[in-house]
Design a binder for this molecule. Sequence first.
Ligand code: C2O
Ligand code: CU
Length: 511
Amino acid sequence: MIRVNAASQNLNTMAECGRAMDARETDHGDARTEDFEAHDDQRRRRGRLGVCRSCFLDRGRSAREIVHIDSAPGQGDVDRPPYSDTPVWAFNGQVPGPEIRVRQNDRVKVTVVNGLPQDTTVHWHGLRVPNAMDGVPHLTQDPVPPGGTFVYEFSVPDAGTYWYHPHERSFEQVGRGLSGAFVVEEAEPIRVDRDLVWVLDDWRLTSAAALTEDFGNPMDVNMAGRIGNTVTINGRVPESIPVRSGERLRLRLVNVANARMFALDFDGHHPQVIALDGQPIEPHAPPAGLILLAPGQRADIIIDAVGRPGERFTVSDRFYDRQHYRLVDFQYATTAPVRESPLDAPIRLPRNHLAEPDLATAIRQPIALGGGMMGMGMMGGGGMMGRMGGGGMMGMVGRMGTGEVWLINGVSMVHETRVPLFTMEHGRTYIFEMANLTAFAHPMHLHGHAFRVMTRNGLVVAPAEWRDTVLVAPQERVEIAFVADNPGDWMFHCHILEHQLGGMMSDVRVA
Ligand code: C2O
Ligand code: CU
């Protein structure tokens, strides 16, 4: 844990040493879809499958960090999988990057040193920072070249769970391991026994536990994005998380995956959602008991450990049909319970100071999400039909590139032409009427602001939900409202990083 209080912290992408990044073997290599139930069995038999024994920086070849992965000793792991080095890109040699933890209204200064072989920037996802600190190359700053340095300095007005990641070639840089949690503590935090951050990530690994090098390939760009075959919590495939009977956990879940969505089932633990995307919400049980996390999204949940000493419960992910899998187990200690009945302390968080949208005077802005290769006939994506010939879907993917696949209001942004899609008047309320005309779900992220999710398909969303990234299902209509109170040019884009690469991004101006 790193505490930054008006002090400096180096986020050096060229690190001296790597921390453990566990990986588990998959026989399917870079296959696009995985049957996680089958792998789950393997994993259960073998126990935790990887641990870092030595880390070194391969300075000779490139500025990448090399994390050595080997199977965990002492686990009775007889059929040992063929692990080898997994090259990743990392902040300070860590996957995920160092957790930045500050207090609300603190001033934060972070020096980023680029040790990568390509340009980079760092974006503070969800933090309402001044435009010049937002970390968007060619829009809010020049990219930081290899060997270059950039100093980010800003105050954090909102308490909550946020994260940081590069905004240059995100599909590759985030996919190679560059992301970290950014926690802003409330002035008076609620009472819990433990405050835990789970950075959820998804990796597409070969059978030798190396990242597949097919970043941004046309198939991923045109379809559901780079969905991998290995899910990690804080850079590990953990076997179990130790808990004590009776304790209260605050779990801060962060989905930093390029494309994977999660629907977490806590197996009888009845989580209460207390914040979404960092912003407090009236505590409630999640719909259908599942914590839904699209790429970029966060959820703060309260879990009272209701199991008995020695019991074991399975946390599973049920997002994709027929691909449910065990994420991790809660292993209860055999020691006496911390307390016999759940802690009797409030879990409601104080609201951040977000301007309330003035719906009476709001300006409505239609936003059409279009493109993609499925169902394009009905969305008038323009141009796509002409490029389709015979040969079926695979032939089509082969012919389509990665450019101008996805559209916002008919515009696909694949070049650095930073023309704002529209301009908003500083201080006024806007309602984005989003319509997803595509066959894929899109987690839409607005920089520099938090917004209220007002309606889904015309139905009011309750309890009132503030977010910076909202998932819009295929064919769904979602209205969001916010006061355009942060001047500057801000990105509005899909957080499936391959969709972003394929053009589903735009700039909107507040002036
Ligand atoms: Cu998390 Cu524009 O990004
Ligand atoms: Cu998308």
